[in-house]
Design a protein around this ligand. Structure first.
Ligand SMILES: C[S@@+](CC[C@H](N)C(=O)[O-])C[C@H]1O[C@@H](n2cnc3c(N)ncnc32)[C@H](O)[C@@H]1O
Length: 407
């Protein structure tokens, strides 16, 4: 969605319009609940609509309990899951009532995770480039293709020109299966990747294959996931069907880590060195390196101490009463530390899984590092459920359903 200049307000205008203090807006920004854009002179501006949505949410029901969402009965609709990973999106789709007809995943450990948890799923543990989809029938083709640049050589890229990329393999599966609905999932950064050309090409290729397409950035923290995580979601519908495109509507509440980690079973996890533990012990909930005494800040940050930017992910301890910051492939990376809110240690594997809304019964294969990676790469299961539910409503032609946004 494009932002016009009129949508932007200064911090004092925002404070006046919303009747909240400047400090409150600063706090929202520090917590990552809202992002400011800066002009050439370094002044901060906020998006008016986002601010009022946020205010509505903070005045809404606030934090609600953690639950894994599931439709009561299955539907007749079938989905093919490409780049399936450890099954976050696939399980979310299943919870929304879709049947997983076929899954493709190159990583042996992630594929083993899928097979262990769902022995009846048809999992192909291979490079997607080796898979022939011509005899597959499904209502939906879904997949989070890894983002790669296209090499343009000055021309507009069509389907055949994207050959050699993973997006091409995704598009080839769409061409061969010809489903009613296509779902592409990616990082938010895809919107700006190569100045927007990568996304424009992808949307153009899906259009060429006969799909009406839309995209939207979904924020998991407002869709029953105890984590701030943004994903760009492309939905395409076959042009001959006259379907409307539906997206999940954000809720006016969030789920905190404290709720999500209640009674979490103990599990494997990375450990800090004694030196790191001593540093992290000094950080309060929601705090980061700036909460250390100056001498320790200098020691811990090294050269980064003198560089600009907030670096709010460094030496970060999560806060029990908020959704988690985005999980990455490792909970103890220097730039994106994810220390447990109360204990002085990195989040454990099962805690990672809860924050991604995987049920405790979902087992992950491979080493601890591989498990963190599989979970960190996944679409949160509840986000998958909400997207899947929107797709089911589309397939059922329930276009006026007020649970969904009609784009
Ligand atoms: C972002 S992850 C997908 C996460 C998944 N959607 C989920 O919700 O759990 C991308 C996956 O694509 C897989 N992948 C990368 N290249 C592939 C290829 N050539 N063929 C099949 N899978 C591939 C990776 O191993 C990784 O698991």
């Amino acid at each position: 969605m494009a932002t016009s200049k009129n949508d932007l307000v200064s911090i004092s205008e925002a404070s006046e319009a919303l009747k909240v203090s400047i400090d409150t807006i600063r706090r929202w920004e520090k917590k990552g609940l809202i992002k400011a854009t800066r002009d050439e002179t370094g002044h901060r501006y906020f998006n008016r609509k986002e601010l009022s949505q946020l205010q509505e949410k903070t005045q809404g029901k606030g934090d609600v309990g953690y639950k894994i969402l599931k439709r009561k009965s299955p539907t007749k609709f079938k989905v093919v899951e490409l780049f399936a990973g450890c099954g976050g999106l696939a399980l979310g789709m299943e919870h929304a009532g879709l049947k997983c007809e076929l899954l493709v995943e190159i990583d042996k450990k992630a594929a083993e995770t899928l097979k262990t948890n769902r022995p009846k799923w048809n999992v192909i543990a291979d490079d997607i480039a080796n898979v022939d989809f011509t005899n597959i029938k499904a209502d939906v083709v879904a997949g989070g293709f890894p983002c790669q640049a296209f090499s343009y050589a000055g021309k507009r890229m069509g389907f055949e020109d994207t050959r050699g990329t993973l997006f091409f393999e995704f598009a080839r599966a769409v061409k061969e299966i010809n489903p009613k609905v296509v779902l592409g999932e990616n990082v938010k950064g895809l919107e700006k990747h190569d100045n927007g050309r990568t996304l424009t090409t992808m949307l153009g290729v899906l259009d060429e294959l006969g799909y009406k397409v839309a995209y939207k950035v979904l924020r998991a923290q407002y869709l029953d996931v105890p984590q701030k995580r943004e994903r760009l979601v492309i939905i395409g519908v076959r042009k001959d069907l006259n379907f409307e495109i539906l997206y999940p509507k954000e809720k006016n509440y969030t789920v905190s880590i404290g709720e999500a980690l209640k009674d979490v079973p103990p599990s494997e996890g990375q450990v800090y060195t004694e030196k790191k533990r001593k540093i992290m012990k000094l950080i309060p909930q929601g705090g980061y390196w700036k909460d250390l005494p100056d001498a320790l800040q200098r020691e811990y940050m090294g050269a980064s101490y003198f560089l600009g930017g907030g670096k709010t992910g460094m030496a970060r301890r999560l806060s029990n009463d908020e959704p988690s910051l985005t999980l990455t492939c490792n909970p103890a990376q220097k730039q994106t530390e994810r220390c447990h809110p109360i204990e002085t240690r990195p989040l454990q594997v099962r805690e990672y899984a809860r924050i991604q809304s995987f049920p405790d019964s979902w087992k992950f294969s491979g080493s601890t590092a591989s498990q963190y990676k599989q979970i960190g790469n996944a679409v949160p299961v509840n986000l998958g459920y909400h997207i899947g539910s929107a797709i089911v409503a589309m397939l059922e032609k329930d276009f006026k359903n007020s649970n969904f946004l009609n784009l």
